[in-house]
Design a protein around this ligand. Structure first.
Ligand code: C5P
Length: 317
């Protein structure tokens, strides 16, 4: 039986993909295409979504336990599958001609939480479809396709710790031996990435010209030095004032984080998840217990990074 026959015994492919934190995120000017030029340091942490993809008679995307996540092709994972399908067709590779896929997402990464969960699911889908359709595309090829789907998709494919430029899709790895231990304070509800960027533009237009422009080089130097206190001091996010403006309750979470004894506190990406950097796993356990008692977030998790990007953990490979 060939892989192209969806009526047969083809195995589903299961992929695990991590969430990210931006250790530093500097937002520069708006470009002609409406995106902001960024300088950022991505860091993948061991909080994973699991995506299972199987050949099917029609396209579908379902999410287990999260009714608020879009289904079907409105979901970034569906867009990723269709975009890869078109790219493989264009390149004349693989067995895509007859094949559509059913995508099932098991989420742990907070939805609209500033941790690139949607991009992670898209990246996992690319890895799975490449196997199912026998595309034999490299990770670099998949990253190129992924950048058409979302700015954070390429990083979810590679993982680790990496500098991102352009929209965030141009990546170069940061060589560091550091493991960072974190507590995540996950909010009840999410923030739209687009709305947070728009709010930043508004604040820059109307607000005081003071609080922006994070220094990405400082966090890179701190990572190379291996000094966790230096990393904590260098954490920064230009989107944070915009996230706090749209979700004022988040100030309480950040303040609780500062009081918790964490070394550094940062809103992750476009928020509203707050990431607290800790000295070691024991310190993270203590900070997590402290945060749980404050009632300033829905869920508290301890995580560490860096970890590798989207990887197959089961099925046809
Ligand atoms: O690329 P992605 O679809 O993840 O981006 C979501 C939205 O976030 C974009 O439509 C845009 O409004 C905003 N964005 C931006 N500049 C970036 C990345 C995202 O303005 N570098």
């Amino acid at each position: 039986m060939t892989v192209g026959n969806f009526g047969g015994s083809t195995e589903p492919v299961r992929v695990r993909v991590p969430a990210k934190i931006n250790l530093a995120l500097a937002v520069h000017e708006v470009r002609g295409d409406g995106y902001h030029e960024l300088s950022t340091v991505f860091h993948a942490v061991d909080l994973y979504d699991e995506v299972t993809v199987r050949l099917a008679p029609r396209w579908s995307v379902t999410t287990i336990g999260h009714p608020e996540v879009p289904t079907g092709l409105k979901n970034l994972a569906g867009k990723a599958a269709k975009t890869l399908h078109a790219a493989m067709r264009g390149a004349g590779v693989g067995t895509v001609m007859a094949d559509q896929v059913a995508i099932e997402i098991r989420k742990q990464i907070p939805v609209a939480g500033g941790m690139a969960g949607g991009s992670a699911d898209a990246a996992a889908t690319l890895v799975a479809c490449n196997v199912l359709w026998r595309g034999e595309m490299t990770r670099d090829d998949l990253a190129e396709v992924g950048s058409m789907v979302g700015s954070d998709v390429p990083f979810a494919l590679y993982g680790g710790t990496a500098v991102g430029a352009g929209r965030g899709e141009q990546l170069s790895p940061v060589l560091t031996r550091m493991t960072l231990d974190w507590v995540l304070a996950i909010a009840d509800g999410g923030l739209s990435t687009q709305a947070v960027f728009t709010e930043l533009d508004r604040l820059r237009r109307d607000g005081p010209p003071t609080m922006f422009r994070v220094d990405v080089e400082q966090v890179i130097a701190a990572l190379r030095s291996g000094d966790v206190d230096a990393v904590a001091a260098a954490l920064g996010n230009d989107l944070e004032p915009a996230a706090l403006s749209l979700n004022p309750g988040l100030r309480r979470t950040v303040a609780a984080g500062v009081d918790s004894g964490a070394l550094g506190v940062i809103v992750s990406g476009s928020g509203p998840t707050v990431a607290l950097l800790c000295r070691d796993p024991e310190h993270a356990t203590r900070v997590a217990a402290q945060m749980s008692g404050t009632g300033t977030c829905k869920v508290v998790r301890t995580v560490s990074g860096p970890v590798q990007g989207a990887r197959i953990i089961g099925g046809a490979f």
